[in-house]
Design a protein around this ligand. Structure first.
Ligand SMILES: *[C@@H]1O[C@H](CO)[C@@H](O)[C@H](O)[C@H]1NC(C)=O
Ligand SMILES: *[C@@H]1O[C@H](CO)[C@@H](O)[C@H](O)[C@H]1NC(C)=O
Ligand SMILES: *[C@@H]1O[C@H](CO)[C@@H](O)[C@H](O)[C@H]1NC(C)=O
Length: 822
């Protein structure tokens, strides 16, 4: 997250007081510009998007609402605990146990809100919390609600995937959205949107069709940040002429992932503004504008299917003088029977110069008149027949010299075969094991693990993991905090799924020797082959853990990829971590020459070792906390100084690794590092540099270790002045065929002072650090829509800058639409 929003949250949405009553419409403001005092109001959508003229027919109204097979999650014993939460706290809540009927007639509003809010959870006025996680479960049924459902902090809303429940707005519905993920109780959002972490909504139909078409309503209001997801949701919106319904309304945040969504009808399917996002496998049928951006820095769309809409993606907000949409990267997608696929405001002279940058790769069109419409007409002509656009873009190009301003064809990436499924990129949604009987799951609580944050659960967990792998069962990690004092080994054939983001918490001296680092979880031994699937849990450390590598991945997966979905790291800054504002406060006024040993949280967050291969990682947030989640809001947002040596280090020699919607933040030496690897797909990667750097710089407290190829900053900083020895956002060494479909590399601070990243009219200072992206040795990499912030140089090759921020000024970040090393 970026703390500035938190500091100035009351300023950000100062004019949003009617956001509850209105749909997205006139309420989208780019938060960061707001902070600079340059509010970008958006005209009401009503005046911008012509009323639907095409016949709007929901082409897919077959919603499985009948009772299907029960879902194992409902049938298992619910033994999750929250050891640091209120006593007697319940994590699993079936809405029917709270009186919801789901018969399509009864008003279930109060019952559902009670299921979410009961038990002293983090709702109105709460800053944030890690100690009251909950799963709200919807069995099959149609749940009629008459007013907004308020989604609390740290909440998973999940329906039966075998028979999707329908949440249906009654005809007289009161409220701006069916589900509100962050309400405006005042003029500000209840939680600053960049601090809304660890939440999901999945397997549900959100239906607003009973509400009068002319009434503004959103199915879900979703201003959120990292470690959040929307998965397997059908949006049923009024398809009548003049409809004012929209599916997702997101006006701000720093997210995030959404996938497997279907939108039927409505004026806008997704009305979205956020720093960055990864959205995959979205289908829009008969929507006015499928996707409308109020602002963004970078956005990755994989597998869009846009059918029978008027406009596919509108990124023209702000027009030619105040463009507020940074960039979109769209690939393996189709547009059908849609007159205008993409509407943009970019031209040679539009401002800011790189706003509205676009990359398209493998786009099929069928009956699309205009593929890209610019401010003065067609930029890329479509056709009545079907056609494939192999590669096209607009913006600034470095191949690798530049900038060259372009709007035209690009040579698409030569896709490594190992990353493909047929001829498109492999993709796999988080498995929910919906077809499995309850008897296929092994609960760790049943196996004797306590999850009480105090007992050493290492042996109990290990026993359950080993026996589940041997008997083809899925480990169910019940909600709880599981303390471990030795490495947990994860053998081939392991599947682990968590309930409400349980935590594996390393603790003790075993993990505190930085000269002999130890994995907290170790997936496969070197040379081991097989498949592993892990999802929905958090790995953390407690107290000084200078030798803890949170995840070590050695497993080679030869037949099918292994996967990691919503497995996050969170080190320090939460109740029970022993590294909170009390122990590790920020101290920008003191020159730090030596780190406080008690505030060293980790050695490395994740290591993909040379023997590992074929690993699909989706929506994982490797986070070193920048603020304390469980303190009450303080003036500085509870910022803390913590030291984790390294972020994600990939050294797989065979490669074939997918990073779909991942982010790595606040490590000392680097966030992402690739060494002697190959064949990597990355689709929106995001980083933030540690806020305290360069006080101390990246050489404190970990001496660069050659065996894991740490940067030493010696050559790169030999002749440099300024903020040089600061952690890399992205470092690539001797690696081939790295393909980045969207990157946001951000450095907001210089010793906790954000002046260095202030937009300030024309790019401001951009001197939080000299360089943020380093390509070294014999490496080949393509980056679509590289967005950097706070770094003078946007990309360096062997210590020389290839691109200066000042040549690539964008909406707040600086953008290069197309970069490649050769
Ligand atoms: C319609 O929806 C059903 C259920 O989600 C799905 O199985 C089917 O493939 C969909 N059909 C189309 C044409 O999208
Ligand atoms: C895309 O989402 C639909 C549900 O909306 C799902 O049935 C389908 O399997 C998904 N496709 C991929 C490739 O994940
Ligand atoms: C292009 O994307 C489509 C999906 O729209 C996919 O079916 C096809 O395999 C992809 N082709 C290539 C060459 O990537």
């Amino acid at each position: 997250m970026h703390i500035v929003s938190l500091l100035s949250s009351s300023l950000l949405f100062g004019t949003l007081s009617h956001a509850i009553a209105l749909p997205a419409a006139d309420s989208s403001i780019h938060g960061r510009h707001a902070r600079q005092g340059a509010y970008h109001h958006r005209d009401g959508l009503a005046s911008r998007t012509p009323v639907a003229k095409l016949a709007r027919q929901n082409t897919n109204t077959t919603i499985p609402t009948a009772d299907g097979p029960e879902f194992w999650l409902e049938l298992l014993a619910h033994q999750g605990v929250s050891p640091l939460g209120p006593s007697g706290y319940t994590t699993f809540r079936n809405v029917k146990a709270f009186g919801a009927v789901g018969d399509g007639v009864t008003d279930d509003t109060d019952a559902i809100n009670e299921a979410i809010s009961s038990g002293g959870r983090c709702g109105q006025g709460c800053f944030s919390s890690t100690v009251t996680p909950a799963i709200i479960y919807f069995p099959a049924g149609t749940y009629v609600v008459s007013s907004t459902i308020f989604d609390y902090y740290n909440t998973i809303i999940v329906g039966n995937p075998n028979a999707l429940p329908v949440l249906k707005a009654a005809s007289g519905f009161k409220g701006g959205s069916l589900i509100d993920g962050d309400p405006y109780f005042t003029e500000s959002l209840n939680w600053p949107s960049t601090t809304v972490f660890w939440r999901q909504v999945r397997n549900i139909v959100l239906d607003t069709t009973e509400v009068a078409a002319g009434t503004g309503i959103s199915a879900i209001h979703w201003p959120t940040a990292q470690a959040t997801s929307l998965q397997n949701i059908v949006f049923e919106l009024s398809a009548q002429d003049g409809t004012q319904h929209q599916g997702i309304f997101c006006e701000s945040g720093s997210a995030g992932f959404a996938g497997d969504l279907v939108f039927n009808g409505g004026k806008v399917g997704a009305a979205v503004g956020n720093q960055q996002f990864t959205m995959r496998n979205l289908t829009f049928n008969g929507v006015g504008t499928a996707i409308s951006h109020s602002w963004n820095w970078g956005w990755t769309y994989q597998g869009l299917s846009i059918n029978d809409c008027e406009v596919g993606i509108d990124i023209s907000t702000g027009g030619t003088t105040q463009g507020s949409v940074g960039s979109i990267t769209v690939f393996d997608s189709s547009f059908m029977n849609t007159p205008v696929a993409i509407k943009s405001a970019q031209s040679e002279s539009s401002l800011p110069p790189t706003a509205g940058s676009i990359i398209l790769e493998n786009i099929s069109i069928d009956n699309v008149n205009v593929v890209v419409e610019g401010p003065s007409g067609t930029v890329l002509q479509g056709s009545a027949a079907s056609q494939v656009i192999a590669g096209w873009g607009q913006g600034n190009q470095y191949t690798p010299d530049g900038p060259t301003r372009f709007a035209g064809e690009i040579t698409p990436v030569s896709r490594p075969a190992g990353l493909l499924d047929g001829d498109r990129y492999f993709q796999r949604s988080k498995p929910q094991y919906e077809g499995f009987p309850a008897s296929s799951f092994s609960s760790v609580r049943d196996g004797g693990a306590t999850g009480d944050a105090t007992t050493d659960d290492t042996n109990a967990l290990q026993t359950v993991i080993n026996s589940a792998a041997a008997s083809n069962k899925v480990v169910f990690l019940d909600a709880g905090v599981y303390k471990v004092t030795k490495t947990l080994t994860i053998p081939a054939n392991t599947k682990i799924i968590g309930e409400a983001f349980p935590v594996i918490l390393s603790s003790g001296e075993f993990f505190n020797d930085k000269s002999a680092p130890k994995p907290v979880i170790q997936v496969g031994q070197v040379g081991e082959e097989g498949q592993v699937e892990l999802s929905d849990f958090i790995i953390s450390t407690q107290g000084a853990q200078a030798g803890a590598t949170l995840i070590e991945w050695n497993l080679a997966s030869l037949s099918e990829p292994s996967g990691l979905w919503e497995v996050h790291t969170r080190v320090g800054g939460f109740a029970g971590s022993q590294q909170t504002t009390a122990e590790c406060p920020k101290t920008p006024g003191t020159v730090i020459t030596e780190a406080d040993e008690n505030c060293i949280v980790a050695y490395m967050l994740m290591h993909v070792t040379p023997s590992a291969s074929n690993l699909y990682i989706e929506n994982c947030w490797l986070w070193v906390s920048d603020h304390d989640i469980d303190v009450e809001k303080e003036a500085d947002g509870g910022q803390i100084t913590l030291y984790s040596g390294r972020g994600l280090n990939i050294e797989s020699t065979k490669g074939n690794i997918w990073l779909s919607g991942t982010s790595v933040e606040h490590n000392v030496l680097y966030e992402y590092q690739f060494v002697s690897t190959k064949n990597i797909y990355m689709g929106q990667i995001q980083t933030e540099t540690a806020y305290y750097q360069p006080n101390p710089n990246a050489l404190i407290p970990f001496a660069p270790e050659p065996s894991i190829h740490d940067p030493d900053f010696e050559s790169s900083c030999a002749s440099s002045t300024g903020n040089c020895a600061v952690g890399w956002g992205l470092r690539v060494v001797d690696s081939q065929d790295l393909h980045v479909y969207g990157a946001g590399l951000y450095s907001f601070f210089d010793n906790y002072d954000a002046t260095c990243s202030a937009y300030g009219g024309n790019g401001g200072g951009q001197n939080c650090q000299n360089s943020i992206f380093s390509i070294e040795g014999d490496s080949s990499i393509t980056v679509y829509n590289l967005n950097t912030l706070g770094s003078k140089s946007m990309v360096d090759k062997d210590g020389e800058s290839l691109a200066s921020f000042s040549d690539n000024i964008g909406v707040f970040t600086n953008n290069i639409a197309h970069f490649k090393t050769e």
